[in-house]
Design a protein around this ligand. Structure first.
Ligand code: UDP
Ligand code: MG
Length: 312
């Protein structure tokens, strides 16, 4: 199988039929074998019926029907898990992404990249609620993760199979796939893609997403820097707090010797004790982290490195 297209759908009944015919037209034109995988993410409208209808007309369609609404990231993950194509393309199921961009994404992969990300340069969403927060989020993510992209949030992306093979996504992490792929050593590029206004159905997100994105970013930044060496993260904090503890203790002692200030009555002594306690806690967390990552990697026989090719 050459190409797998993955489409998460949640209450998109009116979009299914037109989207399928658009995607099919583009894929047929490529003259390569393909499959289209729809994940029905617990829709409560007629989405599943629509999916079954289009499936009866062609055997290139897989439907993964979730028990309930698990969210867009699990829906995309399920698509990855069932995809058998060498090239995997994800896109939204609301017709905002344009299937006509698929050939350009594939060209990007063929020119040597492992991941080609879409950039919705002329985004057709509300400015205050979507486009502006997304601009801020993208520059923040790009700076923190050192993987500059204009549009992490664009679902329309093409992946080489080996990029997503070992990828495990939790929470709402699908937007961070390029950053995770980059830390695994994948070559990444972005191309401009078309974006269209939503015709049918409603968006599933509001401004509340911003806070989640920031928390996810913190986590990814920590994991990308320290996931194989947590002791260095907690250890540095621990050394900092114990140094502060030592300094405050010395000041307390100095005040006692020099000006006769009672040590037990000096609040700085309490601060010093607090710093030392925190320091012990932090270093212990570092040790626990080290034990955890060993269990994580060794129990699943995971490697701490990624191999592009073995030349023998
Ligand atoms: N989606 C999903 N599960 C969810 C929320 C959204 O599968 O819990 C799908 C939705 O049907 C659409 C895509 O994810 O195909 C993007 O959602 P939406 O258009 O609401 O996001 P926006 O484009 O507004 O960022
Ligand atoms: Mg949308």
């Amino acid at each position: 199988m050459d190409i797998s297209v993955i489409i998460p759908v949640y209450n998109e009944e009116k979009n299914i039929a037109p989207l399928y015919s658009d995607v099919k037209k583009v894929l047929d034109g490529l003259n390569r074998s393909y499959e289209i995988i729809f994940t029905n993410d617990g829709s409560t409208d007629g989405t599943l019926e629509e999916l079954k209808k289009i499936r009866s007309s062609g055997n290139t369609i897989k439907i993964i029907d979730f028990n309930k609404n698990f969210g867009q990231t699990p829906a995309i993950m399920a698509g990855f898990d069932h995809a058998v194509g060498d090239i995997i393309i994800a896109m939204d199921g609301d017709m905002q992404n344009d299937p006509a961009d698929i050939p350009a994404l594939i060209d990007g992969l063929n020119s040597g990249f492992d991941l080609v990300s879409g950039w919705r340069k002329k985004r057709k969403d509300s400015f205050l609620l979507r486009t502006l927060p997304s601009k801020i989020a993208n520059s923040l993510i790009s700076t923190v993760l050192k993987t500059p992209l204009h549009d992490y949030g664009c679902t329309l992306k093409a992946y080489r199979r080996n990029v997503i093979k070992d990828m495990r996504l939790y929470g709402e992490m699908h937007r961070f796939i390029p950053a995770i792929a980059a830390w695994q050593g994948a070559k990444i590029t972005e191309i401009e893609v078309n974006h269209r206004a939503r015709k049918f159905g409603k968006t599933k997100y509001g401004l509340g997403r911003a806070l989640n994105v920031i928390l996810d970013l913190l986590l990814i930044a920590f994991l990308s820097g320290y996931s194989t060496k947590p002791i260095r993260f907690f250890g540095k904090l621990s050394i900092t707090t114990s140094t502060l503890g030592l300094i405050t203790f010395l000041i307390t002692a100095y005040m006692k010797i020099n000006s006769g200030v009672d040590m037990t009555g000096n609040p700085l002594l309490i601060l010093s004790v607090l710093f030392f306690l925190v320091s012990i806690q932090l270093i212990s967390m570092g040790f626990l982290g080290e034990i955890n990552i060993r269990t994580y990697y060794e129990s699943q026989d995971k490697k701490t490195y990624y191999v592009r090719e073995v030349i023998n």
